[in-house]
Write a new protein. Structure first.
Length: 407
Protein backbone atom coordinates (compact mmCIF):
# COMPACT_ATOMS: atom_id res chain seq x y z
CA UNK A 1 0.00 0.00 0.00
CA UNK A 2 2.91 2.36 0.71
CA UNK A 3 4.26 1.67 -2.79
CA UNK A 4 0.82 2.44 -4.23
CA UNK A 5 0.86 5.78 -2.42
CA UNK A 6 4.39 6.59 -3.61
CA UNK A 7 3.45 5.78 -7.21
CA UNK A 8 0.44 8.07 -7.14
CA UNK A 9 1.95 11.02 -5.31
CA UNK A 10 3.63 12.57 -8.41
CA UNK A 11 0.42 11.96 -10.40
CA UNK A 12 -1.88 13.78 -7.99
CA UNK A 13 -0.81 17.34 -9.00
CA UNK A 14 -1.31 16.40 -12.66
CA UNK A 15 -4.80 15.09 -11.95
CA UNK A 16 -5.71 18.14 -9.88
CA UNK A 17 -4.46 20.52 -12.59
CA UNK A 18 -6.37 18.62 -15.28
CA UNK A 19 -9.77 18.73 -13.56
CA UNK A 20 -9.22 22.39 -12.68
CA UNK A 21 -8.27 23.39 -16.24
CA UNK A 22 -11.07 21.33 -17.78
CA UNK A 23 -13.77 22.93 -15.66
CA UNK A 24 -12.45 26.47 -16.09
CA UNK A 25 -12.18 26.04 -19.86
CA UNK A 26 -15.74 24.70 -20.20
CA UNK A 27 -17.08 27.34 -17.82
CA UNK A 28 -15.48 30.07 -19.94
CA UNK A 29 -17.03 28.58 -23.08
CA UNK A 30 -20.46 28.26 -21.45
CA UNK A 31 -20.43 31.86 -20.21
CA UNK A 32 -19.36 33.08 -23.63
CA UNK A 33 -22.10 31.04 -25.33
CA UNK A 34 -24.76 32.38 -22.95
CA UNK A 35 -23.85 35.93 -23.93
CA UNK A 36 -24.95 35.38 -27.55
CA UNK A 37 -28.19 34.31 -29.17
CA UNK A 38 -28.75 31.00 -30.94
CA UNK A 39 -27.18 31.17 -34.40
CA UNK A 40 -24.50 33.68 -33.38
CA UNK A 41 -20.77 33.05 -33.13
CA UNK A 42 -18.40 33.57 -30.22
CA UNK A 43 -14.64 33.19 -29.82
CA UNK A 44 -12.79 31.40 -26.99
CA UNK A 45 -9.00 30.91 -27.03
CA UNK A 46 -8.77 31.96 -30.69
CA UNK A 47 -11.36 29.32 -31.66
CA UNK A 48 -14.65 30.33 -33.26
CA UNK A 49 -17.81 28.58 -32.08
CA UNK A 50 -21.42 28.78 -33.22
CA UNK A 51 -24.22 28.49 -30.70
CA UNK A 52 -26.86 26.11 -32.02
CA UNK A 53 -30.40 25.35 -30.93
CA UNK A 54 -31.59 22.28 -29.08
CA UNK A 55 -34.77 20.26 -29.27
CA UNK A 56 -35.14 20.23 -25.47
CA UNK A 57 -36.97 23.47 -24.66
CA UNK A 58 -38.96 22.14 -21.68
CA UNK A 59 -36.76 23.63 -18.97
CA UNK A 60 -36.41 27.24 -17.90
CA UNK A 61 -32.75 26.88 -18.78
CA UNK A 62 -32.53 24.82 -21.96
CA UNK A 63 -29.21 23.08 -22.67
CA UNK A 64 -26.50 25.13 -24.36
CA UNK A 65 -24.69 23.60 -27.31
CA UNK A 66 -22.02 24.90 -29.68
CA UNK A 67 -20.32 23.78 -32.86
CA UNK A 68 -16.66 24.29 -33.69
CA UNK A 69 -16.61 26.29 -36.90
CA UNK A 70 -13.39 24.64 -38.08
CA UNK A 71 -13.73 20.98 -37.11
CA UNK A 72 -17.52 20.77 -36.91
CA UNK A 73 -17.35 19.23 -33.43
CA UNK A 74 -20.60 19.51 -31.46
CA UNK A 75 -20.13 20.22 -27.75
CA UNK A 76 -22.91 19.95 -25.16
CA UNK A 77 -21.58 22.85 -23.11
CA UNK A 78 -24.10 22.89 -20.26
CA UNK A 79 -23.90 19.11 -19.77
CA UNK A 80 -20.12 18.85 -20.10
CA UNK A 81 -19.52 21.88 -17.87
CA UNK A 82 -21.75 20.35 -15.19
CA UNK A 83 -19.85 17.05 -15.33
CA UNK A 84 -16.50 18.86 -15.26
CA UNK A 85 -17.57 20.92 -12.24
CA UNK A 86 -18.59 17.95 -10.11
CA UNK A 87 -15.50 16.06 -11.27
CA UNK A 88 -13.37 18.98 -10.06
CA UNK A 89 -15.34 19.28 -6.80
CA UNK A 90 -14.96 15.56 -6.00
CA UNK A 91 -11.24 15.38 -6.73
CA UNK A 92 -10.38 18.58 -4.89
CA UNK A 93 -12.50 17.81 -1.82
CA UNK A 94 -10.98 14.35 -1.49
CA UNK A 95 -7.50 15.77 -2.02
CA UNK A 96 -7.82 18.63 0.45
CA UNK A 97 -9.93 17.03 3.20
CA UNK A 98 -8.82 13.38 3.27
CA UNK A 99 -12.41 12.13 3.47
CA UNK A 100 -13.72 8.67 2.82
CA UNK A 101 -16.00 8.34 -0.21
CA UNK A 102 -19.12 7.88 1.93
CA UNK A 103 -18.13 10.84 4.11
CA UNK A 104 -17.89 13.06 1.04
CA UNK A 105 -21.29 11.89 -0.22
CA UNK A 106 -22.89 12.60 3.18
CA UNK A 107 -21.68 16.21 3.44
CA UNK A 108 -24.58 18.64 3.72
CA UNK A 109 -25.01 22.39 3.80
CA UNK A 110 -25.27 22.02 7.59
CA UNK A 111 -21.74 20.57 7.64
CA UNK A 112 -20.27 24.02 7.01
CA UNK A 113 -19.71 25.85 10.30
CA UNK A 114 -17.56 28.69 11.54
CA UNK A 115 -15.66 29.38 14.74
CA UNK A 116 -14.61 32.82 15.93
CA UNK A 117 -11.42 32.97 17.94
CA UNK A 118 -10.82 35.44 20.76
CA UNK A 119 -8.72 37.54 18.37
CA UNK A 120 -11.76 37.99 16.11
CA UNK A 121 -10.42 35.65 13.40
CA UNK A 122 -13.10 33.43 11.88
CA UNK A 123 -12.09 29.83 11.12
CA UNK A 124 -14.18 27.82 8.65
CA UNK A 125 -14.98 24.32 9.88
CA UNK A 126 -16.30 21.19 8.20
CA UNK A 127 -18.37 18.77 10.28
CA UNK A 128 -17.89 15.18 9.07
CA UNK A 129 -20.76 12.83 9.88
CA UNK A 130 -20.06 9.50 11.63
CA UNK A 131 -18.87 6.91 9.16
CA UNK A 132 -16.54 3.97 9.58
CA UNK A 133 -15.45 4.87 13.13
CA UNK A 134 -18.95 6.05 14.11
CA UNK A 135 -17.52 9.27 15.49
CA UNK A 136 -18.35 12.76 14.32
CA UNK A 137 -15.33 15.00 13.81
CA UNK A 138 -14.77 18.64 12.99
CA UNK A 139 -11.86 19.68 10.78
CA UNK A 140 -10.64 23.20 9.97
CA UNK A 141 -10.86 24.04 6.29
CA UNK A 142 -7.91 25.41 4.39
CA UNK A 143 -8.46 28.35 2.05
CA UNK A 144 -8.42 25.98 -0.93
CA UNK A 145 -10.96 23.60 0.59
CA UNK A 146 -13.21 26.48 1.63
CA UNK A 147 -13.08 27.76 -1.96
CA UNK A 148 -14.30 24.39 -3.25
CA UNK A 149 -17.16 24.16 -0.74
CA UNK A 150 -18.13 27.80 -1.45
CA UNK A 151 -18.27 27.08 -5.19
CA UNK A 152 -20.59 24.11 -4.57
CA UNK A 153 -22.95 26.18 -2.42
CA UNK A 154 -22.87 29.05 -4.95
CA UNK A 155 -23.73 26.65 -7.78
CA UNK A 156 -26.77 25.31 -5.92
CA UNK A 157 -27.99 28.82 -5.13
CA UNK A 158 -27.56 30.01 -8.70
CA UNK A 159 -29.56 27.06 -10.02
CA UNK A 160 -32.16 26.55 -7.28
CA UNK A 161 -32.03 29.63 -5.06
CA UNK A 162 -30.80 27.48 -2.17
CA UNK A 163 -29.20 24.11 -1.54
CA UNK A 164 -32.11 21.77 -2.36
CA UNK A 165 -33.09 18.95 -0.03
CA UNK A 166 -33.16 15.46 -1.48
CA UNK A 167 -32.85 11.83 -0.47
CA UNK A 168 -29.79 9.65 -0.86
CA UNK A 169 -29.61 5.88 -1.21
CA UNK A 170 -27.00 4.21 0.98
CA UNK A 171 -25.47 1.35 -1.00
CA UNK A 172 -24.07 -0.31 2.13
CA UNK A 173 -27.10 -0.02 4.41
CA UNK A 174 -29.55 -0.52 1.51
CA UNK A 175 -31.84 2.23 2.81
CA UNK A 176 -32.94 5.68 1.73
CA UNK A 177 -31.83 8.57 3.90
CA UNK A 178 -33.92 11.46 5.11
CA UNK A 179 -34.16 14.43 2.75
CA UNK A 180 -31.22 16.67 3.53
CA UNK A 181 -29.41 19.55 1.76
CA UNK A 182 -26.58 17.38 0.44
CA UNK A 183 -23.69 19.30 -1.10
CA UNK A 184 -22.92 16.63 -3.71
CA UNK A 185 -26.06 16.00 -5.78
CA UNK A 186 -26.84 14.54 -9.19
CA UNK A 187 -29.89 13.99 -11.38
CA UNK A 188 -31.01 10.37 -11.54
CA UNK A 189 -33.95 9.64 -13.75
CA UNK A 190 -34.84 13.31 -13.80
CA UNK A 191 -34.96 13.44 -9.98
CA UNK A 192 -32.47 15.26 -7.76
CA UNK A 193 -30.62 12.71 -5.60
CA UNK A 194 -27.66 12.73 -3.26
CA UNK A 195 -24.52 11.54 -5.02
CA UNK A 196 -23.62 7.88 -4.49
CA UNK A 197 -20.14 6.53 -3.81
CA UNK A 198 -20.33 4.70 -7.15
CA UNK A 199 -20.69 8.05 -8.92
CA UNK A 200 -17.65 9.33 -7.02
CA UNK A 201 -15.60 6.38 -8.29
CA UNK A 202 -16.82 6.90 -11.86
CA UNK A 203 -15.90 10.60 -11.89
CA UNK A 204 -12.35 9.88 -10.77
CA UNK A 205 -12.00 7.07 -13.31
CA UNK A 206 -13.31 9.31 -16.11
CA UNK A 207 -10.68 11.92 -15.33
CA UNK A 208 -7.85 9.36 -15.22
CA UNK A 209 -8.96 7.77 -18.50
CA UNK A 210 -9.00 11.18 -20.19
CA UNK A 211 -5.52 11.96 -18.88
CA UNK A 212 -4.13 8.64 -20.12
CA UNK A 213 -4.53 9.88 -23.71
CA UNK A 214 -1.90 12.61 -23.25
CA UNK A 215 -0.05 11.30 -20.17
CA UNK A 216 1.23 7.72 -20.59
CA UNK A 217 1.96 7.46 -16.86
CA UNK A 218 -1.80 7.30 -16.22
CA UNK A 219 -2.29 4.23 -18.40
CA UNK A 220 -3.38 1.32 -16.22
CA UNK A 221 -3.42 3.51 -13.09
CA UNK A 222 -6.58 3.60 -11.01
CA UNK A 223 -7.19 6.29 -8.42
CA UNK A 224 -9.53 5.13 -5.66
CA UNK A 225 -11.13 7.64 -3.27
CA UNK A 226 -9.07 6.10 -0.46
CA UNK A 227 -5.86 6.87 -2.37
CA UNK A 228 -6.57 10.57 -1.86
CA UNK A 229 -6.95 9.87 1.87
CA UNK A 230 -3.57 8.14 2.08
CA UNK A 231 -1.90 10.89 0.05
CA UNK A 232 -3.48 13.49 2.34
CA UNK A 233 -2.06 11.73 5.43
CA UNK A 234 1.36 11.32 3.81
CA UNK A 235 1.58 15.00 2.86
CA UNK A 236 0.58 16.12 6.36
CA UNK A 237 3.10 13.98 8.21
CA UNK A 238 5.95 14.46 5.74
CA UNK A 239 5.52 18.22 6.07
CA UNK A 240 6.00 18.12 9.82
CA UNK A 241 2.47 17.84 11.26
CA UNK A 242 2.50 15.62 14.39
CA UNK A 243 1.00 12.27 13.53
CA UNK A 244 -1.53 12.41 16.38
CA UNK A 245 -2.97 15.61 14.86
CA UNK A 246 -3.18 13.84 11.51
CA UNK A 247 -5.04 10.98 13.20
CA UNK A 248 -7.59 13.45 14.58
CA UNK A 249 -8.11 15.03 11.14
CA UNK A 250 -8.59 11.62 9.53
CA UNK A 251 -10.90 10.36 12.28
CA UNK A 252 -8.66 7.47 13.32
CA UNK A 253 -9.18 6.15 16.83
CA UNK A 254 -5.75 4.50 16.89
CA UNK A 255 -2.60 6.37 15.87
CA UNK A 256 -1.18 3.12 14.47
CA UNK A 257 -3.88 3.23 11.78
CA UNK A 258 -2.63 6.64 10.66
CA UNK A 259 0.95 5.39 10.68
CA UNK A 260 -0.12 2.68 8.24
CA UNK A 261 -1.54 5.34 5.90
CA UNK A 262 1.70 7.32 5.75
CA UNK A 263 4.26 6.49 3.07
CA UNK A 264 7.63 7.84 4.22
CA UNK A 265 10.09 8.57 1.43
CA UNK A 266 13.73 7.80 2.20
CA UNK A 267 14.98 10.67 0.10
CA UNK A 268 12.57 13.02 1.86
CA UNK A 269 13.81 11.88 5.25
CA UNK A 270 17.42 12.47 4.25
CA UNK A 271 16.78 15.88 2.70
CA UNK A 272 14.64 17.03 5.61
CA UNK A 273 17.32 15.94 8.08
CA UNK A 274 20.02 17.71 6.09
CA UNK A 275 17.92 20.87 6.00
CA UNK A 276 17.41 20.58 9.75
CA UNK A 277 21.17 20.31 10.32
CA UNK A 278 21.79 23.26 8.01
CA UNK A 279 19.30 25.40 9.92
CA UNK A 280 20.80 24.43 13.27
CA UNK A 281 24.33 25.13 12.07
CA UNK A 282 23.28 28.51 10.69
CA UNK A 283 22.12 29.50 14.18
CA UNK A 284 25.48 28.63 15.78
CA UNK A 285 28.66 30.77 15.74
CA UNK A 286 30.79 30.16 12.66
CA UNK A 287 33.95 29.47 14.70
CA UNK A 288 32.35 26.28 16.06
CA UNK A 289 32.73 24.66 12.62
CA UNK A 290 36.38 25.48 11.97
CA UNK A 291 39.01 22.78 11.46
CA UNK A 292 40.49 21.61 14.80
CA UNK A 293 44.14 22.36 15.54
CA UNK A 294 46.72 19.62 16.14
CA UNK A 295 46.61 20.23 19.90
CA UNK A 296 42.82 20.01 19.98
CA UNK A 297 42.80 16.80 17.98
CA UNK A 298 45.41 15.23 20.25
CA UNK A 299 43.39 16.26 23.30
CA UNK A 300 40.30 14.64 21.78
CA UNK A 301 42.12 11.36 21.22
CA UNK A 302 43.67 11.42 24.71
CA UNK A 303 40.19 11.73 26.20
CA UNK A 304 39.36 8.21 25.08
CA UNK A 305 42.69 6.91 26.37
CA UNK A 306 41.83 8.37 29.78
CA UNK A 307 38.57 6.44 29.87
CA UNK A 308 40.43 3.30 30.83
CA UNK A 309 40.31 2.90 34.59
CA UNK A 310 41.13 0.04 36.99
CA UNK A 311 37.67 -1.58 37.00
CA UNK A 312 36.68 -1.07 33.35
CA UNK A 313 35.80 1.87 31.12
CA UNK A 314 34.37 5.33 31.88
CA UNK A 315 31.57 6.54 29.62
CA UNK A 316 31.61 10.26 30.42
CA UNK A 317 31.30 12.60 27.39
CA UNK A 318 34.24 14.41 25.83
CA UNK A 319 35.21 17.64 27.52
CA UNK A 320 33.64 16.78 30.90
CA UNK A 321 35.51 16.16 34.12
CA UNK A 322 34.87 13.33 36.56
CA UNK A 323 31.76 14.25 38.57
CA UNK A 324 32.50 11.70 41.33
CA UNK A 325 36.15 12.60 41.96
CA UNK A 326 37.24 9.21 40.63
CA UNK A 327 35.00 7.26 43.01
CA UNK A 328 34.31 4.82 40.16
CA UNK A 329 32.32 2.31 42.22
CA UNK A 330 29.58 4.88 42.77
CA UNK A 331 29.62 6.28 39.22
CA UNK A 332 26.82 5.17 36.82
CA UNK A 333 29.18 5.92 33.91
CA UNK A 334 31.46 3.01 34.87
CA UNK A 335 31.19 0.01 32.54
CA UNK A 336 32.64 -2.84 34.62
CA UNK A 337 35.02 -5.33 32.99
CA UNK A 338 33.88 -8.85 33.99
CA UNK A 339 37.56 -9.78 34.41
CA UNK A 340 37.70 -7.44 37.40
CA UNK A 341 35.12 -9.36 39.47
CA UNK A 342 37.84 -10.78 41.79
CA UNK A 343 39.04 -7.24 42.38
CA UNK A 344 35.52 -6.29 43.50
CA UNK A 345 35.71 -9.07 46.07
CA UNK A 346 38.90 -7.58 47.47
CA UNK A 347 37.35 -4.11 47.64
CA UNK A 348 34.28 -5.51 49.38
CA UNK A 349 36.39 -7.21 52.08
CA UNK A 350 38.24 -3.98 52.66
CA UNK A 351 35.01 -2.00 52.94
CA UNK A 352 33.50 -4.52 55.36
CA UNK A 353 36.60 -4.27 57.56
CA UNK A 354 36.47 -0.48 57.50
CA UNK A 355 32.79 -0.58 58.43
CA UNK A 356 33.50 -2.73 61.50
CA UNK A 357 36.13 -0.24 62.61
CA UNK A 358 33.69 2.66 62.05
CA UNK A 359 31.00 0.91 64.09
CA UNK A 360 33.46 0.31 66.93
CA UNK A 361 34.59 3.94 66.89
CA UNK A 362 31.05 5.33 66.42
CA UNK A 363 31.80 7.11 63.16
CA UNK A 364 28.19 7.41 61.93
CA UNK A 365 29.04 9.51 58.89
CA UNK A 366 31.67 7.01 57.81
CA UNK A 367 29.22 4.12 58.22
CA UNK A 368 26.68 5.81 55.98
CA UNK A 369 29.26 6.43 53.24
CA UNK A 370 30.59 2.87 53.37
CA UNK A 371 27.05 1.42 53.17
CA UNK A 372 26.35 3.51 50.09
CA UNK A 373 29.58 2.36 48.43
CA UNK A 374 28.80 -1.29 49.26
CA UNK A 375 25.36 -0.92 47.67
CA UNK A 376 26.84 0.37 44.40
CA UNK A 377 29.59 -2.26 44.46
CA UNK A 378 27.17 -5.19 44.88
CA UNK A 379 24.87 -3.78 42.22
CA UNK A 380 27.68 -3.53 39.67
CA UNK A 381 28.89 -7.01 40.53
CA UNK A 382 25.41 -8.48 39.99
CA UNK A 383 25.16 -6.67 36.65
CA UNK A 384 28.56 -7.94 35.49
CA UNK A 385 27.66 -11.47 36.55
CA UNK A 386 24.45 -11.36 34.50
CA UNK A 387 26.39 -10.27 31.43
CA UNK A 388 28.96 -12.98 32.07
CA UNK A 389 26.32 -15.69 32.41
CA UNK A 390 24.55 -14.69 29.21
CA UNK A 391 27.62 -15.58 27.16
CA UNK A 392 27.22 -16.40 23.48
CA UNK A 393 23.69 -16.82 22.14
CA UNK A 394 23.12 -19.51 19.52
CA UNK A 395 20.89 -18.14 16.75
CA UNK A 396 20.55 -21.53 15.07
CA UNK A 397 22.35 -20.53 11.88
CA UNK A 398 22.50 -23.62 9.57
CA UNK A 399 25.89 -25.24 9.12
CA UNK A 400 27.03 -27.06 5.97
CA UNK A 401 26.55 -30.80 6.17
CA UNK A 402 29.52 -33.12 6.28
CA UNK A 403 29.70 -35.39 3.23
CA UNK A 404 28.50 -38.91 3.93
CA UNK A 405 31.12 -41.65 3.47
CA UNK A 406 30.80 -43.83 0.39
CA UNK A 407 28.69 -46.92 0.89
Amino acid sequence: MANRTRDRQPLLPVLSQYVNNTWHHLRTMLEAAQQVEIGQEFVVDDTTWLRVSTKDQRHNRPPVRAVNRVSGELVHLSRDENIAFWQWAVVETLRLAGLRAEELAELTHLSVRQYQRSSGEVVALLVVSPSKSDRERVIPMSAELFHVIAQIVRRHRNQHGTVPVCARYDLHEKVWSEELPYLFQTFHGGIQRGMSTTTVWRMIKRACDALAVTHPQFKGVKFAPHDFRRLFATELVNNGLPIHIGAALLGHLDIRTTRGYVAVFDEDVISQYQQFLARRRAERPQDEYREPSTEEWNDFQQHFDKRRVELGSCGRPYGTSCAHEHACIRCPMLSLDPKMLPRLGELEQDLVGRRKRAVAEGWQGEIEGIDLTLTFLRGKRAQAQRFQRSGTVDLGIPQPRAEAPDG
